[in-house]
Write a protein that binds this ligand. Structure first.
Ligand SMILES: Cc1ncc(COP(=O)(O)O)c(C=O)c1O
Length: 397
């Protein structure tokens, strides 16, 4: 355990709900790809707040925008118009296939808002249908409804009974979706990369087939781009890799570059929310929207996304090479800077993570034997290579 004057970890154990398997590191400061612990040790952060800090830590442009906004107007509720919210909404709808936005505070609220819209749409347009088909091993959030939507029974059991209305089918299996659709179905919701489930990328045929199936049955396609959206995969939205567009899309994580903001977007056809249907006190307030506006403008600047794709390809190629060299990596998956690699077992994944931490690199898992690289999208080539070198050394140790 890291030595420090104050034992923050012991103090946390006294007061905090013990639900996180935290690494024994207390972080106090960050800058770009780097973070420092309370004993002054420096790390390269390949976790980035779990695929959140798109522009790295303490980005000066975000900090300036937030500081300026904090001195100007932080929160006035959604009972009034505010300018950063409109400007961010225009950016998101202007650069996506979706027409309308509702801001929320997290990914789970973004997916839940999409489901609420789909349910109301189904009541109005599909004879009262409200069912949503989701995928096994998928992840959509931790509210009760999104826990029910999430296709991992272990997440359900402690909190049963689960809200009704969700059916789970295997991922990348179009026939399973076809079989599950019935008169009660309003929508299909999935991630184009099951990130929390282990970084599993959807097959191209599956995604185009899903779009066709939804159109054929007159139901909605909801894409959960909470982890994949805002440049993470080397495109602004992951659906651009697949040549399809969703009816509804959930965003969060990278959107605020570390500020708590999510968004539920929809096409005009699904724009069924009316006064009083939905709301949130803090959501889309001037402070978070001012920061998110900076992230959005950075990620959409010329050449930025191409660079993300190039760095992601480089990381995946180097991990494959390390796999061939050491026999320790059994698979590499992902798109852009969302890269997962499987070790030969959970103990080897634990070893690599502990070794890397001891050598100044923070890594996180996506599954028991799968490590996930989700660094800041602004990572330099040299920082990426340093991280990959430490992973290589860990594999050989
Ligand atoms: C695809 C996806 N959807 C939803 C969520 C939930 O987001 P949040 O933790 O911000 O509620 C996550 C979080 O990991 C996610 O990866």
């Amino acid at each position: 355990m890291t030595q420090s004057a104050t034992d923050w970890q012991a103090r946390e154990a006294q007061v905090y709900h013990q639900t996180f398997a935290r690494a024994p590191v207390t972080l106090v400061r960050g800058s770009g790809m780097r973070v420092w612990d309370d004993a002054g040790r420096e790390y390269l952060d390949f976790a980035a707040g779990i695929a959140v800090n798109a522009l790295g830590h303490a980005n000066p442009a975000i900090a300036d925008a937030v500081a300026e906004q904090a001195r100007t107007l932080v929160q006035v509720s959604n009972l009034f118009y505010t300018t950063p919210q409109v400007e961010l909404g225009e950016r998101l709808t202007g650069h996506s296939a979706l027409d309308r936005v509702f801001f929320v505070n997290s990914g789970g609220e973004a997916t839940e808002t999409c489901v609420k819209i789909a349910r109301k749409w189904g009541r109005l347009n599909r004879d009262g249908a409200t069912g949503v088909i989701t995928t096994l091993r998928g992840f959509h959030g931790r509210s009760l409804a999104m826990t029910a939507a999430t296709g991992t029974p272990a997440y359900h059991e402690p909190f049963e009974p689960m809200p009704a209305g969700f059916t789970h089918v295997p991922y990348n299996d179009l026939d399973a979706v076809r079989d599950a659709i019935d008169d009660s179905t309003a929508a299909v919701m999935l991630e184009l990369i099951q990130a929390e489930g282990g970084v599993w990328v959807a097959d191209a045929d599956y995604v185009t087939g899903l779009r066709e199936l939804c159109d054929e049955h007159g139901i909605l396609l909801i894409l959960d781009e909470v982890q994949t959206g805002i440049g993470r995969t080397g495109k602004l939205f992951a659906y651009e890799h697949f040549g399809v567009t969703p009816d509804l899309m959930a965003l969060a994580k990278g959107l605020g570059g570390g500020l708590p903001i999510g968004a539920a977007l929809s096409t005009e056809r699904c724009s069924v929310l009316r006064p009083g249907d939905h709301g949130s006190t803090f959501s889309g307030n001037p402070l978070v929207c001012a920061g998110a506006r900076v992230v959005f403008d950075h990620v959409t600047a010329p050449g930025f996304l191409e660079d993300v794709a190039r760095k992601g390809d480089h990381a995946a190629a180097e991990l494959r090479r390390l796999g061939r060299e050491t026999g320790e990596i059994t698979d590499v998956r992902g798109l852009g800077l969302l890269v997962g690699f499987d070790l030969t077992g959970p103990e080897r994944a634990d070893h690599v993570i502990a070794y890397a931490r001891d050598h100044g690199v923070l890594l996180i898992k996506a599954a028991a034997a799968t490590i996930r690289l989700v660094p800041a999208l602004t990572i330099s080539d040299a920082e990426l290579d340093t991280g990959l070198e430490v992973i290589g050394a860990a594999l050989r140790a």
